[in-house]
Design a binder for this molecule. Sequence first.
Ligand SMILES: [Cu+2]
Length: 181
Amino acid sequence: MIHITDSIPLGRRALITTALFLSPVLGACGSDEPDAVAGPIDVTAIDYSFVDVPTKAQAGATLTLQNDSEKEVHEVVAIRLPDDEERSVEELVQLPPDQLAAFFPLVETVLVAPPGEAGFAVEGTGVLATPGRYALICVIPTGADPQEYLTAAAAAEGGPPDVAGGPPHIVEGMFAELVVE
Ligand SMILES: [Cu+2]
């Protein structure tokens, strides 16, 4: 008679034993309610999504942006959604551009980061001061020239930069939701 465990290499058997031992322990400390990040909220941009976005952050936490793309300029536009807004960010980003634009007056801060570089604030200070639900989005046109974009952004003085490119990165999936409490 062959025991199943006899056919598993010793090293792997040790791993399985460890996993079996750890799982109840991890289960005990695991919680459905993640702790709110005190800050900074270090967000990384890639083509085309945000990574490392926590579920919750504490009011007053500072948002930072690192762009890990080699070619695209990225931004994080943090919009504090109205209290009575019940749709998810995933639903909101599918709205037609004119309806989405209605949220732009609610922008708390905007960070822009050239490819391979750290971001800097072009609106606000990066601080998310007000508790609430936030949409984090990037609406930079796909394939826009980074230098051209940065020059146009500076010239636009807070308005939308007029620069050539494809659909905004938000269409490619560059959005996230964050609760500040
Ligand atoms: Cu982007």
